[in-house]
Ligand binder design. Sequence first.
Ligand SMILES: [Zn+2]
Length: 385
Amino acid sequence: MVPFTVKKNGNKVWIGDSGKVYDREEILIHYLNMDMSTLDGLNRLLAEYKRKCRYVIQYAANYNENVHRAQGLLLTLASFFKLQPPYSCLDIPPRISDEGELIALLNQYKYLFGYGRTNEYVDPRNEEERFLADEYGFEDVVTGEAYLHAFYVDELILEDDEYESDVIDLNRKIEQLFDRYITLVDDAVRVKNVYAPFLDKYNNEDKNKAVYELFHLPTQPDRGKQLNASSAVKLIYGVDEKGELCRVAEYTSLGDYLYMELMEGLEENSVPRKCANCGRYFLQPGGYDTEYCDNIAPGEDRKTCKEVGAKNTFDQKVKTNPIWQLHQRAYKTHYARMKKKNMTQQEFLNWSEKAANLRDQCLAGKVTVETLEAFLTEDLRYKKK
Ligand SMILES: [Zn+2]
């Protein structure tokens, strides 16, 4: 999209001149938790339009229609990414031009097109005209007005040698324009296709093996499935918002930035992890292993994933371990007895302390299950008062 500057001091990150502060890896986590279902696979469509919007006779038949459909898609993508960090922090004009980049580019070469620029105004309130706008045009997000531009590849011009180098130039620029968007989509979906599975492996399995495999991914044409470490990042030093020395990096792509966040996190031994309860990624404090995040758990009002997770782990333990099962069953019986006053509170506390002690010894293999069971079911004393 557009280049951006990132200032970094310790665990804080400033994007551009917005003054907006992020924690380290917060933007990476934003993309890890993003729903990529609509973005994934969009590059096949963009690649198709990249081909069909070139000025070649092969695609002359539906050229105008393809151009407007493609431009609609590019505008949707641009407005989507403008809402995501780091772009949401940057002062990007609402629209690069009135009609979008592709149309603006084609209009620079309007002499190559049969009809040239018509720029007819379409009233979106008029049923018939709105149909035209849907079919060929797009709505102006600011004014709600729709514009219609017609492009028809002219066969005669195509065969005219005089314009040959212009056609070559135009086609190169069209491809570059689509490539910028394809890269943007690749950079985002890479987080889901490459970084997320890597992090899951790194956090739950063999760290070294996960890192080795990340750098030795099988070769494939889809760049959204490769590790991207291609373009250079310009790094200088400056002062941050508080006047302290900080690193200032200039990034030309989202992918470069996310790559740096992940790699720096790995260096610091502090990378995002998937919460075992809600499935969202969160940053775990350096070196400390925790499976659950501190956010409110799904379907809960106040309980965090950490609290819900601790209970689930306990329930799981009880469910799968016969010693715990024995203990919990007896605990519930005795607790009920105390509530019904068939046992005093002190008697219950004494009992539960002994029971927990015996349970732990049994878990450690120091006491047989039979001994524990005998103690837990020896309850005649309390049956009647
Ligand atoms: Zn969670």
